[in-house]
Design a binder for this molecule. Sequence first.
Ligand code: B12
Ligand code: SF4
Ligand code: SF4
Length: 319
Amino acid sequence: MDSLSRAMDLEFPDWGILADPPPVPEWSYFIDWLSRGLHGKLGYLERTAPRRRSLSEGYPGYRSLVMGILPYDPRAFSPSPGPGHAEIARYAVGEDYHTRFEKAFTRVLSRISPHLLPGDEPLIKPDHGALLEKSLAQMAGLGRMGKNTLLIHPEFGSMFTIGSMLLKTPLPERKARPFPRDPCGGCSRCLEACPTGAFESAYILDARRCLSYLTIERPDDDEEGLRKSSGDPWLFGCDRCQEVCPHNAGRTPLVPEAFSPRFVPLDSNAETLVRGLRKVHGALSRASLSRLLSRLEELRGSGSDPKVPGDGEKGGIRL
Ligand code: B12
Ligand code: SF4
Ligand code: SF4
């Protein structure tokens, strides 16, 4: 167990282990959310819903869930540049986080004592497992759910991704540092800052209205034309409900704003830049090039004066 702890410490700034975890307490919320169609056309959530209730139902034979968090690439923390630019969500900057987790957990496995996991068949599942990752990570003490439905960590705010490794070997539980209190209290900045009004209420997001859904997951499912009418210049994903969150304040960008790799000036070089950025930001390949270029065209043609709610004036990330 010591060798696993050491290996996890080397890869993740915070991590936890759940041993034979019980069903996630928020299961009924999830089912209610699905039954009201708030997941839109994310059919995989519906198909795998029964498996998401607990580790044992999702992955029979697996007893331990090792979870780690990886903060966003430090080049991502530049503030929004204002009119005339398209923006790429911060989680997509740099190497794709699925790959980062796969490499990190693979290194963990290579470093631990071979006697620790005899005959195990580890499964590395960053994001794509049939797991309610935020609820499970909360159970592992890696933060608490905010009203924007993202997990908030006491040190890293919400700007991190979550990855899981499933093991058949029973391991002792290891809880990280749970948020000592409700992270939100009377705050509701994220609910107000959302450019498409995607929050039905605190803790309940209508995915069909979220710009992340409308630019990455299901751009064809935009009956109300929200992507365009929002006037918000997101090319890929969206971060507004994180920018305004006080728990994300005070991060220093690693590169000056002019060199930030997450902005695309909406000028005649934009198309070439987007083609190049696909090689730099691994997650951008989750959207086809033609989809990105058509969104670029939409932003150029919209003539909108993109407002940047939250940046600066409401105490968003101060950089
Ligand atoms: C589907 C999905 C989406 C959908 C739906 C988002 C959502 N909030 O569910 C869309 C495409 C919109 C999306 C967007 C984004 N996503 Co996403 N997404 C997922 C995915 C694959 C499943 C999430 C899920 O199960 N949703 C179903 C809903 C019902 O679950 P839920 O919000 O967790 O709901 C719980 C609580 O809200 C609570 N609850 C519900 N109702 C109520 C009511 C009350 C009163 C209370 C108290 C509680 C409560 O119980 C629910 C069940 O657990 C996860 C990975 C995974 N396997 O879990 C990543 C994940 C959640 N996404 C992630 C990220 C980074 C994003 C974006 C920031 C990307 C971007 N910049 O564009 C945005 C953020 C938008 C937002 N505010 O959530 C990260 C979040 C990391 C973190 N710190 O929390 C995850 C965990 C991926 C990862 N492995 O890192 N995503
Ligand atoms: S990611 Fe953007 S569109 Fe989606 S809920 Fe947050 S602020 Fe709204
Ligand atoms: S902005 Fe405020 S309400 Fe929203 S998640 Fe952050 S602390 Fe909670």
